[in-house]
Design a binder for this molecule. Structure first.
Ligand code: B12
Ligand code: SF4
Length: 419
């Protein structure tokens, strides 16, 4: 599809990838294309894979799991070169669902995407809200109940070679910086658990240092890396400025309930050590656990401020079928409107109403991104963090505006006496 063929009339196959928050839109596009083109419509990605029974109603085929190898097999099958029966397929045949199961994940995934192939991506790259990013490994050995990613990519950690990662970083930076002025330059390593294979992580960091690429990087991390002084020094030398830590909860009971192996004390100690190494910490939090009560918004904000956490993403719990939390909470979901699974409250927590929980979220965001803290950041932070905080201040304003739009609905549902 392109400018001369905006709806893909000439396409033979159209592949559409969806995460949960994009599923509704993805289905609309798939339905539209199905009616308007002759192309074979294929849905894939995390949400389509974990909800293939739902996704299959909007397309000709769902391809489950990672697409690197199955897309090629699929194209071969479509051309009649191999039978359409390999692992990773779901489709409807004579009104019945056929599913050949999840395929084995690829062992190597060294292909560096040509970013020029994405329609208008070069234009989007000029915006400060889109950063260069590289995904260097897949899989995580942990088993947190709410995590959809580990169900999709599996527990076994699979990595790209350090040379391949560095080459991708180089090309990503070149693509993003070409012809654009971006005051906040940084590249995000988006792995869910970059440090799960310690030796490999060290070799990637050494490869970045040897490459003489001078850039600013951030990466997602569990708290354990905060006790690894060698790793923290290497991160600093390689140009990393921030670790995005999946902290999730601020009470030990919630960690236990959802099988997240952490304690609040360990996390706080880790943050202190990370900061000692000159790196900042961004906190990724989940609100709405069954152990949390009213007041959790304030507690979360106090935790962030006390521990000098430089920025936050707060997300109310969400539930995707295939995750343990979906099984334990499916009778308490407010709806299955996936487009609202983007931070909003979507379930009945145990000790608050949905409305109260949404207010806690708004309160935490307002306290962390207050005018007073904006002024403090502008006065006392380094130039990069001044800009970052100011940007996030306005971003959180827009997040709160979106959260507030849901309040009337959540109030109404909360007033219902029968759950
Ligand atoms: C980068 C990222 C972002 C960036 C995106 C920036 C950008 N320019 O792309 C930003 C910061 C904007 C972002 C925002 C959000 N994100 Co986000 N994000 C990610 C992250 C960390 C990496 C994505 C990635 O590159 N993955 C690596 C590639 C290789 O994986 P992939 O895209 O899934 O593709 C593979 C397969 O799925 C498959 N595949 C994919 N598509 C298709 C299509 C077909 C046809 C086929 C056959 C196969 C196939 O093949 C690929 C290769 O194996 C993921 C975590 C993760 N591990 O994916 C979270 C993640 C996608 N985000 C998530 C969430 C919740 C959000 C937010 C709602 C957070 C919030 N509260 O605001 C917002 C939503 C924004 C929006 N409305 O669009 C969740 C989604 C959960 C879910 N059930 O869908 C994830 C999974 C994080 C998590 N730990 O749960 N995000
Ligand atoms: S540590 Fe992170 S990536 Fe691993 S299972 Fe838990 S939430 Fe998922």
């Amino acid at each position: 599809m392109g400018v001369s063929d905006p709806i893909g009339e000439a396409a033979d196959v159209i592949f559409i990838g969806i995460f949960t928050f994009a599923a509704v839109r993805g289905y609309q596009i798939a339905d539209f294309l199905k009616k308007r083109t002759k192309a074979v419509i294929v849905l894939g990605g995390l949400h389509a894979s974990m909800n293939y029974r739902e996704a299959v109603r909007h397309c000709d085929y769902v391809l489950l799991g990672e697409g690197d190898e199955t897309i090629l097999l699929f194209l071969q099958a479509l051309k009649g070169e191999i039978p359409m029966d390999f692992a990773g397929l779901a489709y409807q045949k004579e009104g019945k669902l056929v599913c050949t199961g999840y395929p084995s994940p690829p062992e190597t995934f060294e292909t560096i995407a040509d970013r020029n192939l994405v329609y208008r991506y070069q234009k989007m790259a000029g915006h400060n809200t889109i950063w260069p990013q590289v995904h260097a490994s897949r899989g995580c050995p942990h088993n947190c109940d709410y995590c959809a990613v580990v169900r999709h990519f599996g527990h076994r950690v699979r990595t790209r070679t350090p040379e391949n990662v560095v080459e991708d970083i180089r090309r990503s930076i070149a693509f993003f910086d070409k012809g654009h002025f971006r005051p906040l330059k940084d590249l995000w390593i988006t792995d869910d658990n970059f440090f799960a294979d310690r030796e490999w992580a060290i070799s990637v960091l050494n490869a970045i240092i040897d490459s003489k690429i001078h850039y600013r990087f951030n990466v997602q991390a569990r708290y354990e890396v905060g006790f690894d002084d060698e790793m923290l020094s290497l991160l600093k030398r390689a140009g990393f400025f921030e670790l995005d830590m999946g902290i999730e909860f601020i009470d030990d009971r919630s960690f236990q309930t959802y099988h997240k192996k952490s304690t609040t004390q360990e996390i706080e100690e880790a943050i202190r050590n990370i900061r000692r190494h000159g790196l900042s910490v961004r906190g990724l939090f989940i609100l709405g656990s069954d152990d949390q009560k009213k007041g959790v918004g304030d507690q979360l904000a106090d935790f962030v401020i006390r521990n000098h956490i430089q920025g936050v993403l707060i997300q109310s719990m969400y539930f995707v079928s295939g995750t343990p939390v979906y099984e334990t909470h499916k009778n308490r979901l407010l709806h299955h409107n996936w487009s609202l699974y983007n931070g909003n409250v979507v379930h009945w927590p145990k000790q608050m109403t949905p409305y109260e929980l949404q207010l806690e979220h708004i309160r935490a965001s307002r306290k962390i991104y207050s005018w007073k803290r904006l002024l403090q950041a502008l006065l006392f932070e380094d130039p990069f963090h001044k800009l970052l905080f100011a940007g996030e201040f306005f971003w959180h304003m827009s997040i709160r505006a979106d959260l507030k739009k849901q309040l009337p609905y959540l109030r109404k549902r909360s007033e219902e006496s029968v759950r």
